[in-house]
Design a protein around this ligand. Structure first.
Ligand SMILES: [Zn+2]
Length: 395
């Protein structure tokens, strides 16, 4: 077993609420996990090798708790039309469904892997992946089976949209019955797009309750396009996360504050649909745990960059840089009910991002700039496309 000491860390953002920032820090990794971290002056002995990050900032790997990566096709034209003044309705999902059903397994798997790698290069070391572009028993099942090769955090989203020409109640029964049975072995979570034009409160409750009975954790696409019952159902059913939360009533905020449900904000969607952003301040001031995620999908938010979401959160949602980095790491882990990622402290997985910057604040201060210098996952350097291998000194 090799013990690796990371030192020369100008500023360590840990994600651990008990000690979030350490100046002039060092961190010890053994067997893929953090075993010690603290001021460099207090570094214990016993390291076999040393990685000097030369004064750069280090943060935990981003936890992207909301992404739709199993799909085929392209919706450039829809984006172009929207940016020329047409409103977002959610109807374009059906375009992706048609392309996904036509695609072979290898095409879907290769494309999703490319997106996961694109994310990793940008510092994302944990990603959740949803189904939801199949909408038949077999297409949802195979989407999830392909996703299990890429992450442990797989989510059954058969209830993404009601397929063309199908009765919504009939489809709800299919999702909560035969489709759930086929998909549950490949899923950790169940999710529903609870929205006018997608699934109403009763349908949402039926599917989530069935998912929970099948042993899946609950998460909900809630209150994206307008007010509705999604957030309250999420809290009532003990969901790990209510995602979007763009249109909230006072009762919704109270429900979130009084529950263990995280509010996951997806500002890439508001950016890409030119819509008003969620009121993050109202949630934070009420004491709600907030996460940030990309919602990476071909229709409403085709970004894989957590750093971009951090910048949007700071500039457009008035989160402080500290609140935004916390939401992108610790918050995302809470939204997936994970305690091994999203923070750096003894026992946590050694998922580290070394920034070409003196502070995490640069993620918002220098928007759009590729600041990720190196990414370590479980203590191992992600080599692919990284131009700067670390200089490891064997001690
Ligand atoms: Zn989504």
């Amino acid at each position: 077993m090799t013990a690796t000491l990371f030192d020369g860390i100008g500023l360590l953002y840990t994600g651990d609420p008990e000690r979030e920032e350490i100046q002039d820090a060092a961190l010890l990794v053994e067997d893929g996990a953090v075993t010690w971290l603290g001021p460099a002056a207090e570094t214990p002995g016993g390291a076999d090798e040393r990685v000097d990050v030369a004064g750069r900032a280090v943060i935990p790997g981003f936890v992207d708790s909301h992404a739709h990566l199993i799909f085929a096709g392209d919706r450039t034209a829809e984006f172009q039309a929207r940016m020329s003044g047409e409103p977002y309705t959610g109807g374009g999902i059906r375009t992706t469904v048609a392309a996904t059903r036509r695609a072979g397994d290898a095409e879907l798997a290769t494309h999703a892997l490319a997106l996961v790698r694109e994310m990793a290069r940008q510092g994302t070391t944990t990603v959740e992946i949803k189904s939801g572009y199949g909408l038949t028993v077999e297409d949802e099942r195979r989407s999830l089976e392909l996703a299990t090769a890429l992450t442990d955090e797989t989510t059954f989203l058969g209830a993404h949209v009601v397929p063309e020409g199908v009765d919504a109640d009939d489809y709800t029964r299919l999702v909560a019955g035969e489709m759930l049975t086929a998909c549950a072995p490949f899923a950790r979570w169940v999710d529903v797009f609870c929205e006018r034009g997608a699934f109403d409160g009763d349908q949402t409750r039926e599917i989530l309750t069935a998912g929970r009975r099948a042993g899946l954790g609950v998460r909900v696409h809630a209150n994206q396009l307008g007010e509705g019952p999604g957030v309250r159902i999420a809290c009532e059913l003990g969901a790990a996360s209510a995602d979007h939360c763009t249109h909230l009533t006072a009762a919704d905020v109270d429900a979130l504050a009084g529950s263990g449900t995280v509010a996951t904000l997806l500002p890439g969607a508001e950016f890409s649909t030119r819509s008003p952003y969620p009121d993050a301040r109202r949630l934070l001031d009420a004491g709600v745990t907030v996460a940030l995620a990309t919602d990476c999908n071909p229709g409403s938010s085709y970004t894989s960059s957590m750093a971009f979401c951090v910048a949007l959160a700071v500039r457009e949602m008035r989160m402080t840089p500290l609140e935004a980095i916390r939401a992108a790491t610790y918050g995302g882990a809470r939204a997936l009910r994970r305690t091994d990622v999203g923070w750096l402290r003894p026992g946590a997985r050694a998922d580290l991002v070394v920034l070409d910057a003196p502070s995490y604040v640069h993620l918002a201060y220098r928007p759009g700039v590729p600041l990720v210098h190196q990414v370590f996952q479980g203590g191992l350097l992600l080599q692919e496309d990284i131009q700067n291998p670390p200089s490891v000194v064997v001690l």
